[in-house]
Design a protein around this ligand. Sequence first.
Ligand SMILES: NC(=O)c1ccc[n+]([C@@H]2O[C@H](COP(=O)([O-])OP(=O)(O)OC[C@H]3O[C@@H](n4cnc5c(N)ncnc54)[C@H](OP(=O)(O)O)[C@@H]3O)[C@@H](O)[C@H]2O)c1
Length: 326
Amino acid sequence: MRLLILGGTQFLGRAIASHACAMGHDVTCAARGVAGTVPDGVRFIRVDRDEPDGLAPLVGEEFDAVVDVSRHPGQVRRAVAALKPRVGHWTFVSTVSVYADNRTPGQRADAAPLLAPTALEVEQSTAETYGAAKVACEQAIGENAFICRAGLIVGPEDPTGRFTYWPARFHRGGEVLVPGTPDEAVQLIDVRDLAWWIVHAVQTRLSGCFDGIGPSCTRGQFLAECAEALGSSCTFTWVDRAFLESQDIRRWSGPRSLPLWLPLPEYAGFATRDTSPARDCGLTVRTLSQTARDTLAWALAAGGSVIGLTADEESAALAAWHADRP
Ligand SMILES: NC(=O)c1ccc[n+]([C@@H]2O[C@H](COP(=O)([O-])OP(=O)(O)OC[C@H]3O[C@@H](n4cnc5c(N)ncnc54)[C@H](OP(=O)(O)O)[C@@H]3O)[C@@H](O)[C@H]2O)c1
C-alpha cells in the first residue's frame, strides 16, 4: 500500500510511519521537518500546509491511503480538496476533546454530543479552540473516512512529558504526592498500540467515528501498577482538590501540574469512555506495566520530556500538607 502521512515527524504520526513501514508498506510523510525527522525507510516530502498552495510538492504523486494528524481546519480543508477525491482511504486523527459532555461516564463515540465547531473559515486552532477546531476538521472531511478520536496518548517519544512524569517520579522513589482519590478514573493508550490500530484500520478500510483509547482504570490501580512495574519503593500521599488549588498545583499537564489529574465533578466522565466499538474492530492494548517500563527506559536513555511538578515543588507541597496535619 502507498500510504501518505500528513505529519509523521513526531510522536503519533512518526509511530504510524514506523509501524506501516515495518509492515512492508510504501510510506511517505509530508511535513515541514520542524518537529523532527521521519523514521528510517520512510520517504519525506517537505510541505508547508499553512501556505495556500502548500501541498503542491505532492502533485503527481499517487497514494492508496492518507492519514492526517492536523489540528488546524485550514490545513485539513486544503488536504481534503487536493487529495481526498483520488485516494481510496482517508484517516483523520481527532481527539476526545471534541466531546461537549465531560461529566457523564461511559459514553460512546457514536452517540456522544460534540462541541459546536469553530467557523469553517478558521485557519489555525489555539489551545482554547482545540476541541472545537477538531470538530470543524472532522466536518471538513465528510463521509467515507475513519475518524479516530484519540484519548490520552502516552509512551516513548511523548513530547508532552505528562504520563512520563509518573514513571520518572516512581524511579526517584520516596514519598510521592498524588492527586484526588484512588477511585478516580484514568484512561490512556500507548502510542504504539494506537499506531498499530490505525494501520490495521487503513488495511481493513475501516470507516466511521471511534474513540482510540484503552480501557479505563482507577487512579489507585494506575499508580500501583506503574510503581510495581518499576520496582519502586515509594509511598503515596493523596491530596484533595482544595489543597491542590490552594498550592496552585495545576491540572492535567504542563509545568507545576500533577499530570493526568482533572477536577471532579466537571471531568467525572472524561476518562471513562466506552471503547468496545474500537475493540470490536481490532484495537488491542499492551499492559500498563510494559508502557511504564518502556517510557522510563526511553526517558532515561534519550533525555525525554518529563513535565509536571519539579522535585522542589513537590517537596514544598508535601511539607505544606503535613504542616496542616501534624
Ligand atoms: N498527545 C495526545 O495525548 C493526544 C490526545 C488526543 C488526540 N491527539 C491527536 O493526536 C495527533 C497527534 O499527532 P502527532 O503526535 O503526530 O503530533 P502533532 O503535534 O499533532 O504533529 C503535527 C504534525 O504536523 C506537522 N505540521 C505542523 N504544522 C505543519 C505545517 N504547517 N505544514 C506541514 N506539516 C505541519 C508536524 O511536522 P513539522 O513540524 O515537522 O512540520 C507534525 O508532524 C494530533 O491529531 C492530536 O490532535 C493527541
